[in-house]
Design a binder for this molecule. Structure first.
Ligand code: COI
Length: 356
């Protein structure tokens, strides 16, 4: 089924204010956004309108009870300037997985992908044509029904906005292995991309930063010994010549970059195991000189290298001699810009329909 998306183009584009070589992080938005309403059990009125404020009733249920979920994804251009989306259907599936957990309606994959394609087509000139840069896309859904009682809302909005993003050059980061606060417990919402998971991480992250660390390394809720995630990313370790990453045990987000990195590492001939990993095992590997590299993976950052982990007053040192992750990150970027073959069929081309 193809959706009839109405289009209202902006009269005043902000494109001429954008400097592709100096994009402020997360504060620049393209000229348009996609919106759709969930009403009476169905998604209605899909539309692209000029980017701007949305009137919100103060009793909108998302503001009180947190029915709010989101995705992060990227559009890039090939060397001829043709836009492409990375693993768009995987993001649609994950949004619906999150929606199920949070008692929210599913959005049809075709509507999700059509909305993305048409928005990216219309705002195609906002995609930075620079290696490592991209148009960051933020599809999200929230309960906008005004109601004071606690139950699943009956009215929702699904919105996609787009924000150009420069290359993410991260220094190697320092992690704080957190033993007081937790991110996720079995049966909770940790595997959903729910806004509340991020809210709960803000204070512990501030405290870690005050101690001189960049991000929190989340441990399990019961014994505080099994590694889950880092900050807003999944995590990988290389011990000797093998990669390991925490298994998807219900507390870990099924990251799209995570699964792409697993595929690329395997394709490159590395063994990658998804399993339970204790922080003590990582400490031991570091002591024995076999902790060869560690990195976080996420859509926004790609791959972020880890320098050390603070644990109970001690510091776990991570080597960085010939990191494989740099090569994998480059291959990801090359797939996203059509420089190398898309052998996993991850890219979706965006046809030119709405511009000119
Ligand atoms: C992403 O990497 O896309 C995320 O969703 C993390 C976000 C908090 C920036």
């Amino acid at each position: 089924m193809s959706y009839n998306i109405s289009i209202q183009k902006t009269e005043t584009s902000n494109l001429d204010k954008l400097d592709f070589n100096n994009i402020p992080l997360g504060t620049t938005f393209t000229d348009h956004m996609f919106i759709c309403d969930y009403d009476n059990g169905e998604w209605v009125n899909p539309r692209i309108i000029p980017m701007g404020m949305i009137p919100t009733h103060p009793a909108a249920m998302a503001l009180h009870y947190g029915q709010a979920i989101f995705e992060g994804m990227k559009a890039t251009v090939d060397s001829d300037g043709n836009p492409m989306l990375f693993r768009a259907e995987d993001n649609a599936n994950r949004l619906n997985f999150s929606a199920d957990r949070m008692g929210m309606p599913n959005i049809p994959t075709e509507l999700f992908v059509d909305g993305l394609k048409q928005l990216v087509d219309l705002d195609r000139q906002w995609i930075p044509p620079i290696d490592g840069s991209a148009l960051y896309l933020r599809p999200f859904m929230y309960a906008d029904e005004p109601f004071i009682g606690m139950r699943a809302a009956t009215h929702y909005k699904f919105i996609i906005m787009a924000s150009p993003a420069g290359p993410f050059f991260s220094k190697r980061i320092k992690l704080w292995a957190e033993k007081k606060f937790i991110r996720a417990a079995q049966g909770g919402t940790g595997e959903a991309k729910a806004a509340g998971n991020y809210a709960a991480a803000i204070r512990p992250t501030e405290l870690a930063k005050a101690k001189g660390y960049d991000q929190v390394l989340w441990l399990d809720a019961v014994e505080h010994k099994y590694i889950q995630e880092v900050g807003t990313m999944n995590i990988f370790f290389k011990i000797d010549d093998k990669f390991i990453t925490p298994e998807l045990d219900g507390c870990v987000l099924d990251g799209i970059t995570r699964k792409s990195v697993i595929a690329l590492l395997k394709d490159r001939g590395f063994e990658v195991t998804e399993r339970k990993i204790t922080i003590d095992e990582i400490k031991e590997a570091s002591k024995n000189g076999i902790l060869k590299e560690a990195f976080g993976t996420g859509t926004a950052v790609g791959i972020a290298y880890i320098q050390e982990i603070g644990l109970d007053g001690e510091s776990i040192h991570v080597s960085h001699d010939s990191p494989v992750g740099i090569e994998i990150n480059q291959r990801l970027n090359d797939i996203k810009t059509g420089k190398v073959e898309d052998k996993f069929d991850w890219m979706t081309k965006v046809a030119k329909q709405l511009v000119d």
